[in-house]
Design a protein around this ligand. Sequence first.
Ligand SMILES: C[S@@+](CC[C@H](N)C(=O)[O-])C[C@H]1O[C@@H](n2cnc3c(N)ncnc32)[C@H](O)[C@@H]1O
Length: 228
Amino acid sequence: MNAISDRIRIAVANNLRAYRGIVNAWERSEERHRDAEFRFRCRALFLKHLKGPRILDVGCGLGFDSLAFASSGLKVIATDIVTEFLDRIKTKKGGRCVALATMDMTLPCFARASFNGIFAFASFLHVPGEAALSTLSGFAKMLVPEGILFLHHAASRQGVSEYVIDNLLHGKESVSAFCHSEEEMTFLLESAGFRVVALHHDRIERKTSALSKRYGLETYQIIAGKNE
Ligand SMILES: C[S@@+](CC[C@H](N)C(=O)[O-])C[C@H]1O[C@@H](n2cnc3c(N)ncnc32)[C@H](O)[C@@H]1O
């Protein structure tokens, strides 16, 4: 392994350890109910552009979106680096309608043209900067020619490209997060074989977090279509 791939693997391993440590806390937390309307709008945006039933949810966590997609009849594979999240999905109402796979999104494991859409809600932010292009290229390969990618992601007004989220869910764990301006993201997507189809600036209606203030974080949603 070279120094870059070492850094990528270390960042991914740290995030895996941190998320694994909050499975129970997240399941118990009120946080998971707070953003329901915002999530609904994000899914609606994705569905508006989707042209087929096969969906990959990357970094699905406890599977809120996967379960919602499956309940509307779509064929969903929910993936996360943390297998314990997937175990929880199995126990939820409708969980048996969701296929599950442990996957590090920086090392995707599905065949070419497996999906009509890939949904990444607040998960691509954990992909180390050096792995961003290869990860997006991996997404493009897994999509059919008319396939689409949804990203809910963040830019920093202060030009920060990496920051640490301390005390994940008010606990002891910390994770690394990586942000991209809309221009950087557009360039990355185009380099990976996508074109930007829609760009939105929808927001969760709640007070700006201390972290967002500190780093000038602004979220955005991108729909990217795979180039034919
Ligand atoms: C902020 S949470 C979002 C979870 C879910 N999409 C949601 O909105 O509820 C980020 C998720 O990304 C997962 N994750 C982090 N790094 C990952 C990686 N390299 N590959 C796959 N999943 C990853 C974490 O385990 C966590 O479940």
